[in-house]
Design a protein around this ligand. Structure first.
Ligand code: ADP
Ligand code: MG
Length: 363
């Protein structure tokens, strides 16, 4: 494959949520930067996956934000685009990671608060140093992609909005509401009511499973000493990645499933193409990746937080999620602790020890 100037890689981390009940069987072992799960094709072996970082069950919201997101906000201040997305099956902790709860807020509220404190700090520093006051403006948009349709969540009853590209290759959603916000309170006033506009539906796996990709966009304009910087931050709570053949979906739900799986599949291809510095990145193959075209890859800074649930009944979702998140894994022989490389991709070159790969539905 033809190569070009290296792109900024998408950082891929994993977060394992705590078990939600006592005394349940678990299937995940996290250690250092690795995750191990049993190889379902040979129970005497473990599959070991390595990531930039692994956040264990006890990892706080604060540490996830400080390590994964806070450094990127400086890039947005310098006029670069940033994207943060939570990937994983329904129930694995995506919404907890992105939104969190009032007493334990996640990445979205922490990002907004942090941006406004960065702004105040810059204004104060300029005042202390008797420099001309820097100017800032922050706008906020909130949308979802549901069934490959783009819907504005800041107005009720929004229909499909077109994704366009301007002469400078900036991607924008035509007609999307942008609200100027001057502090965290203003953000909360818009954000709270908007979340109720989201498309959610019950599935067998989770009563209130999110079937859509929820996308929050913050635009930061900064004028400092005659220079203007425009940065864009996407904070994305992706739809559940579960295998929908197992969730009992049919009809409308199944149609959604195909749309969800298509955009997640393309996102996986895009991340892979960027991280292997390929020349052709298939951004245009889904609405989600088309929207992110100017905010993932190139000189943009992105992190994918892969959420997994540790319970045994999530085994297959966890296995698929880890395979999606990294193409490289090792087989660890549990009895002798010997390790062999199985990358990439495992299914393309099965080792003699492994029986033939089972079909997904066999697992
Ligand atoms: P998803 O959005 O991926 O479907 P949720 O974020 O709704 O999953 O998480 C499922 C459940 O697990 C929720 O009740 C949530 O509060 C809880 N949960 C997820 N991650 C954590 C965590 N790190 N600590 C405590 N509870 C968590
Ligand atoms: Mg959710």
């Amino acid at each position: 494959m033809e190569k070009r100037t290296p792109q900024t890689k998408v950082k891929v981390v994993v977060r394992v949520r705590p078990t939600l009940k006592d005394n349940v069987n678990t299937c995940v072992t996290a250690g250092g930067n690795t995750i191990q799960i049993v190889n379902h094709r040979n129970k005497e072996e473990n599959l070991q996956y390595e990531f930039s970082s692994v956040y264990h069950e006890t990892a706080s919201q604060q540490i996830v934000f400080t390590e994964c997101v806070e450094p990127l906000l400086k890039n947005a201040f310098q006029g670069q685009n940033v994207s943060v997305f939570a990937y994983g099956p329904t129930g694995a902790g995506k919404t907890h990671t992105m939104l969190g709860v009032l007493r334990d807020p996640g990445i979205i509220p922490r990002t907004v608060k942090s941006l406004f404190s960065m702004i105040s700090e810059e204004v104060e520093t300029a005042a202390v140093q008797s420099l001309p006051p820097p100017q800032h403006s922050v706008t906020f948009s909130y949308l979802e992609i549901y069934n490959e349709k783009v819907k504005d969540l800041l107005v009720s009853g929004s229909t499909d909005l077109p994704i366009r590209e301007d002469a400078s290759h900036n991607i924008f959603v035509s007609g999307l509401t942008e609200k100027a916000i001057t502090d965290f309170e203003a953000f909360k006033d818009y954000f709270g009511p908007a979340t109720s506009n989201r498309t959610v539906a019950a599935t067998k796996l989770n009563e209130c499973s999110s079937r859509s990709h929820s996308i929050l966009m913050l635009k930061v304009l900064r004028k400092v000493q005659g220079r203007t910087y425009r940065g864009k931050i996407y904070l994305i709570d992706l739809a559940g990645s579960e295998d929908n053949r197992r969730t009992g979906n049919s009809g409308m739900r199944l149609k959604e499933s195909f749309a969800i799986n298509k955009s997640l599949f393309v996102l996986g291809e895009v991340v892979d193409a960027i991280n292997h510095n390929q020349i052709r990145i298939p951004y245009r193959n889904s609405k989600l990746t088309r929207l992110l075209q100017d905010s993932i890859g190139g000189s943009c800074h992105s992190v994918m937080i892969t959420n997994i649930a540790p319970e045994q009944h999530y085994y297959y979702d966890t296995y698929c999620t880890l395979n999606f998140a990294t193409k490289s894994k090792k087989i660890v022989n549990v009895n002798t602790a010997s390790v062999k490389d199985e990358s990439p991709p495992a299914s393309a070159k099965p080792t003699a020890k492994l029986p033939p790969a089972k079909r997904r539905s066999d697992v």
